[in-house]
Design a protein around this ligand. Sequence first.
Ligand code: 13P
Length: 305
Amino acid sequence: MGFFDRFKKAIKPSNSLLVNMNDMLAKANAGHYAVPAININNLEWIGAVLDAAQEMRSPVILGVSSGAARYMFGWRNVVNMVENVMQNKKITVPVALHVDHGTYEACVDALNAGFSSVMFDGSKLPFAENVEKTKEIVKLAKKYNATVEAEVGSFEAKDGTAADGELADTNECTAMASQTGICCLAAGIGNIHGIYPDDWKGLNFDKLIDISRNVNNIPLVLHGGTGIPKTQIKKAIELGICKVNVNTECQLAFAHAIRTYVENRNDLDKKAKGFDPRKLLKPACQAIKETVIEKIKIFGSENKA
Ligand code: 13P
């Protein structure tokens, strides 16, 4: 199916509860704080993250990878779940539903399904092609009043042993920021996804300053938020980071809570019906909520909704 065929079959509910990232990131940029971008993986995750954001009066971005979307039975189901949970919980803080590291196809499909924002990850393409494809995604996103994040450089640890993540080329960042109409830019400043190796050298603030000075005030995004020391996160926010992505840390908190529940043999308590998934997952949801609340405090987005 071609680009415009996909667009033709698009259905976007006009009464969407979701917002794009423009306003929330502009405010974060002006106010020197960052909006948490938390990956969601299932229905319970959605509820836990939204509860945290609402309780803290923080705007929030819900990130969805293509794998997570498949796990949740497709982009449209994710849109429906998020909007229904928002309605059920009477969520009033701004919520953006955002594709995390989407291919071109994934971004098109998610926009057509009602996502309010996408990250097009063209980092593995030759740079000129990354720019061209980003422009096309921006064009489609505009039709939906949706926003686009672009990526320059990558955040993958090489064989899990990278002591230092990739540093983006500043000229490429400038070109991406000035030529495409993106809302925000993710650029490598030594950060990587997942757990940082013991010999990780930390964020490269000289690179962040250099990029920040050369992208005409476009909000910058920090990926790989798990495990970066609090002082480095705060410094990065002072230097222009307006969105921080966190995934692994919530997964670890979720898994740890389930482990504790099972190790305490709560699932074997037949009288209390400890095997009921609603009981089994309750402490895990609480663990996600607490993790997100902690992030909101560090990122400074409390009471910014
Ligand atoms: P972590 O899993 O390291 O928190 O990174 C999340 C991320 O950057 C998603 O794009």
